[in-house]
Design a protein around this ligand. Structure first.
Ligand code: SGN
Ligand code: CA
Length: 534
C-alpha cells in the first residue's frame, strides 16, 4: 500500500480528507504537533475488556455518563473510526502487542496460547531503556514477557476477591477487581525509584461478562428506564444465516442466575440439566462473596427480583426486562472503571506527570449493548468492530477529534514512534503519530481488513473476513456457510439492509472484492483453509 517515499499531505489537503471546514479547524479541534523533539514520553496504556463506545458519554452515549473518560478526551484526541482486526479478547491483545495480524502472531482465537518469545512492543521499550509493567487482565495463557514487573488476573479473572498472579505467585485478595488493579498500578508508580521513563499497561477485567457491579454501585440506575436500542428486535430479514444462527441473544442466551442475578429456587421442582447448571453458576458466583458483600448483593437486587417474580413476564416484555437487568449491571461496572480512571488522572495531575505521559484509553474490542438483540462481540458489524480510542499527550498532541481510520494493529508502532524507538519493518500497523501531528502521510489507509476465526465455539458466530471502507462494508462468511453481505453505511448506519444481491451495487461489489483481495495479499492472509478445524 505504501509507496517507497510517502509524500506528506499539506495541511489543506488533510483538512479536506477530514471533511471539516477551515473555520472549524481554526476554532478548536485540530490535533497537531507542538514540537519539542527529544523528550521521551511515559506511556500509560489503559484498556478495558468489552467496553462499547455506546457506553461512553464523549462518544455520544444515550445511556450513561463517563466524566473521567470524557476528561481524558477533552485533553486528547478521540478517534471516531478505530477498529480491531479480530473482535475477541486474546486475539486483539496479541495484535496490539505485536502489531501483526492473528495469522502471523499465532493467536487466532481465545483457545490460542501466545508465543511470548516473539517480538512485542513492551520488549522493545524495555530494550530501549524504559521500565515496563503490566497490571490486570492478560488472557494470553503464557506468562507475560517484556515486563520488569507484572501482576495479572488468571484467565478471565473474577470481579470479587479475585486471585492475582504476582510475578508467578498466585494469591487471592479481598476487594473488587477494578479497584485492586488500579491500586496495584498506582502503588507501583508511587514506589518506583527508577529514573527511566515508564511504559505501563493497565488492563481491566471490567465490564466483561458476567457484569458483577461493585456493591457501592448496585443501586445506580435503579429508578432509570434505559432506552432499548433501535435495532433490539432486528429480524435479520436481509442477512445471511450467520446472524440468525448466533447464540448471543439477550432474549434467549443470557443465564437467569449468573448473568441476570436471579437466585434459583431453593427447592426446585425443575431438576433438568439446565436448571442444575443455573444453580451451579449461582453458587460459584455467590460463593466468592464474603458476608458483607453477600448482604449488599441480596439487598441490592431484592426489590427488583421480587417485582420480577410477581410480574410473570413473557415474550417481548421478558426480553425487555432481561435487557434492563443486563444493561444496568454493565453500566454499573463501567461506572467503577470511570471512577478509577479518575483516580489515575488525578495522580498524573498531582505529580506533574500528565504533561509528559502519553495516556491511551481503549477496549480490546467493541460490544453489543442490545443492538440486533445481542450481547457479546465477534461479528464485523459496527458495534463490535469499532473500539473506543482516546490518546492524550499534552506535550505533542493538540486535543481534537480524528476521523481517519485507526486499528489496534497501529498501537505498537505508534507507541514506539512517539518514544523515538525504531518501528520494526515486520510490524503491519502504521504509526498514528503522523496523523496526530497534522503531518499525515498522503497514503493513509482508506480501508481496513478484518478476520474472525473462533467457530465452532461459544456464541456460534461463523468464521468471516471482510473489508470496510469509509462508506461500505463487505463480509464473507465461510467454513460451513458460503455467504456474502454488503452494507452501505452512508444510508444504512445500523446495517439492517444487506444489498449484496442488489444490481445497483454490482459495481461496488466488484470493486470491494478487488480491494479485499489486495488487502489479503498485502497482509499475507490468503489461505482460507489454513486455520480450519482438523
Ligand atoms: C467467556 C464468556 C463469553 C465470552 C468469552 C470471550 N462466557 O467465555 O460470553 O464471549 O468469555 O470473551 S462466560 O459465561 O464465561 O462469561 S473475551 O472478551 O475474553 O474474548
Ligand atoms: Ca474482550
Amino acid at each position: 500500500m505504501s509507496p517507497a517515499n510517502p509524500t506528506k499531505k499539506s495541511r489543506r489537503d488533510f483538512i479536506k480528507v477530514m471533511g471539516v471546514g477551515a473555520a472549524a479547524i481554526a476554532a478548536t479541534n485540530w490535533p497537531f504537533s507542538l514540537g519539542r523533539p527529544g523528550t521521551r514520553p511515559n506511556i500509560l496504556f489503559i484498556m478495558t475488556d468489552d467496553h462499547a463506545y455506546q457506553a461512553i458519554s464523549c462518544y455520544g452515549s444515550r445511556i450513561n455518563q463517563t466524566p473521567n473518560i470524557d476528561r481524558l478526551a477533552r485533553g486528547g484526541v478521540r478517534f471516531t473510526q478505530s477498529f480491531c482486526t479480530n473482535s475477541i479478547c486474546g486475539p486483539s491483545r496479541a495484535v496490539l502487542l505485536t502489531g501483526k495480524y492473528s495469522h502471523l502472531n499465532g493467536v487466532i482465537d481465545n483457545k490460542g496460547t501466545f508465543d511470548g518469545s516473539q517480538q512485542t512492543f513492551p520488549k522493545l521499550f524495555q530494550g530501549a531503556g524504559y521500565e515496563t509493567a503490566l497490571f490486570g487482565k492478560w488472557h494470553l495463557k503464557s506468562d507475560p514477557t517484556g515486563f520488569d514487573y507484572w501482576n495479572i488476573l488468571p484467565g478471565q479473572g473474577q470481579y470479587y476477591n479475585p486471585d492475582f498472579i504476582d510475578m508467578g505467585v498466585r494469591k487471592r485478595r479481598t476487594g473488587y477487581a477494578t479497584d485492586l488493579i488500579t491500586d496495584d498500578c498506582l502503588g507501583w508508580l508511587k514506589k518506583r525509584k527508577s529514573q527511566k521513563p515508564f511504559c505501563v499497561l493497565l488492563h481491566h477485567k471490567a465490564p466483561h461478562r458476567n457484569w458483577m457491579p461493585d456493591s457501592k454501585h448496585l443501586s445506580m440506575y435503579e429508578e432509570t428506564d434505559v432506552p432499548l436500542p433501535e435495532t433490539f428486535f432486528d429480524d435479520y430479514a436481509t442477512r445471511s444465516d450467520a446472524a440468525r444462527q448466533q447464540k448471543m441473544s439477550i432474549a434467549d442466551d443470557l443465564r437467569m442466575a449468573s448473568d441476570l442475578k436471579l437466585p434459583p429456587d431453593d427447592t426446585p421442582e425443575d431438576d433438568t440439566p439446565g436448571e442444575k447448571a443455573n444453580r451451579q453458576d449461582w453458587n460459584a458466583m455467590v460463593g466468592r462473596l464474603d458476608e458483607n458483600q453477600k448482604k449488599a448483593w441480596e439487598e441490592g437486587y431484592a426489590r427488583s427480583n421480587e417485582a420480577f417474580r410477581k410480574s410473570e413476564l413473557k415474550g417481548k416484555d421478558l426480553a425487555r426486562w432481561k435487557y434492563e437487568r443486563y444493561i444496568k449491571d454493565y453500566l454499573r461496572c463501567v461506572a467503577s472503571v470511570d471512577d478509577n480512571i479518575g483516580r489515575v488522572l488525578d495522580y498524573l495531575d498531582e505529580t506533574g506527570l500528565a504533561e509528559n505521559t502519553l495516556v491511551v484509553y481503549t477496549s480490546d474490542q467493541g460490544f453489543y449493548l442490545g443492538e440486533h438483540g445481542w450481547f457479546d462481540k465477534r461479528f464485523m458489524y459496527e458495534e463490535s468492530l469499532r473500539m473506543p480510542l482516546i490518546i492524550r499527550y499534552p506535550q505533542a498532541i493538540r486535543p481534537g477529534v480524528m476521523n481517519e481510520m485507526a486499528m489496534n494493529l497501529d498501537f505498537a508502532p505508534s507507541f514506539l514512534d512517539f518514544a523515538g524507538i525504531l518501528v520494526p519493518p515486520d510490524m503491519q500497523g502504521r504509526s498514528l503519530k503522523g496523523i496526530l501531528s497534522g503531518d499525515a502521510p498522503n497514503d493513509w489507509r482508506q480501508s481496513i481488513y478484518y478476520h474472525y476465526y473462533e467457530y465452532p465455539a461459544e456464541h456460534s458466530v461463523k468464521r468471516h473476513y471482510g473489508v470496510r471502507t469509509n462508506r461500505y462494508k463487505l463480509i464473507h462468511f465461510y467454513y460451513d456457510i458460503d455467504a456474502w453481505e454488503l452494507y452501505d453505511l452512508e444510508v444504512d448506519l445500523h446495517e439492517l439492509n444487506n444489498v449484496y444481491n442488489d444490481p445497483l451495487y454490482a459495481g461496488t461489489v466488484r470493486e470491494l472484492k478487488t480491494e479485499l483481495e489486495r488487502l489479503r495479499k498485502q497482509y499475507g492472509d490468503t489461505d482460507e483453509k489454513k486455520f480450519l478445524p482438523g
